[in-house]
Ligand binder design. Structure first.
Ligand code: ZN
Length: 87
């Protein structure tokens, strides 16, 4: 018999040798990929709200990331451009 997940204590573990249910095992993998500190900071900024606030906040965070990427691409693009205007 498979016991319950050690993290959420609700759902069954994915296997005899696993400590976690499927979702918690995925969470753990993501936390390890993106570093726990970064994930916690994102979750604090996004999940401590109700569902509609969460949706809005996630959109805002995505916009910030996209804008940052656009800024980064813009500045690297500008370094490669030349001013063709004659003085
Ligand atoms: Zn779980």
């Amino acid at each position: 018999m498979v016991g319950t997940c050690y993290f959420c204590s609700e759902r069954p573990r994915i296997g005899y040798w696993s400590y976690f249910c499927e979702d918690c095992a995925n969470l753990r993998r993501m936390l390890l990929i993106y570093e726990p500190e970064k994930c916690i900071s994102i979750l604090k900024r996004t999940l401590t709200r109700d569902d509609s606030q969460i949706d809005y906040k996630v959109q805002q965070e995505i916009k910030k990331i996209v804008n940052k990427e656009i800024e980064d691409t813009d500045s690297s693009y500008e370094k490669k451009t030349y001013n063709l205007r004659k003085k």
